[in-house]
Design a protein around this ligand. Structure first.
Ligand code: IMP
Ligand code: MG
Length: 180
């Protein structure tokens, strides 16, 4: 798998150090609040596991599964919810966790959907955010790293469901992306 990367962007210690800082900020901001974390599967799995173990609050955790159709490593804009029942949202402070903010379509759709269920607040936490013009305006309230508009894999992020188990984040070699 390593040979498929053009370069490593963030190694494991770098990711974990950044999670220490984000977790400290979240722990401070949500102290004495009714927090429900909603993780977006599958990309946020590693991020969720490492981040939440650094947050010593009595939070509730739920996961949401969505599918957005991909073509040539890009999203089409359509977001399908694969989970019908909404998690415990009403009257609670919601923190959505996702792997990466790209076009913004996924997080905008999830945010909109959760807001219909009467939360007290909704914030977004992403590990990565691409520097680019987004199809939908979404801002991350908590962000791991800002990256260039390149296709990255590892630490939960996939290309065609592969590379999720790499313990670090790297840029996938261009020639491996279909259509390039
Ligand atoms: P968005 O809706 O375009 O913001 O992105 C939605 C999803 O596309 C993310 O949650 C990822 O699963 C996937 N995605 C976007 N960019 C990348 C990337 O560079 N590597 C791997 N997955 C990506
Ligand atoms: Mg994906």
């Amino acid at each position: 798998m390593q040979n498929d990367l053009e370069r490593v962007l963030f190694d494991e210690p770098t990711v974990l150090r950044r999670l220490d800082a984000i977790a400290a900020q979240i722990s401070k901001d949500y102290a004495r609040k009714e927090l429900t974390v909603i993780a977006v599967l599958n990309g946020s799995l590693m991020f969720m596991a490492d981040l939440l173990r650094r947050i010593p609050l009595p939070l509730k955790l739920d996961c949401l599964s969505v599918a957005s159709y991909h073509e040539k490593a890009q999203t089409s804009g359509e977001v399908i919810f694969k989970q019908v029942a909404l998690p415990d949202v009403q009257g609670r402070h919601i923190l959505i966790l996702d792997d990466i903010l790209d076009s913004g379509n996924t997080l905008a759709a999830i945010r909109e959907k959760l807001e219909t269920a009467g939360p007290r607040s909704v914030r977004v936490c992403v590990l990565l955010s691409k520097k680019k013009q987004r199809a939908r305006a979404v801002e991350a309230d908590y962000l791991g790293f800002e990256i260039e508009d390149e296709f990255v894999v590892g630490y939960g992020l996939d290309y065609d469901e592969r590379y999720r188990n790499l313990p670090y984040i790297g840029v996938l070699r261009r020639e491996l992306i279909k259509g390039n």
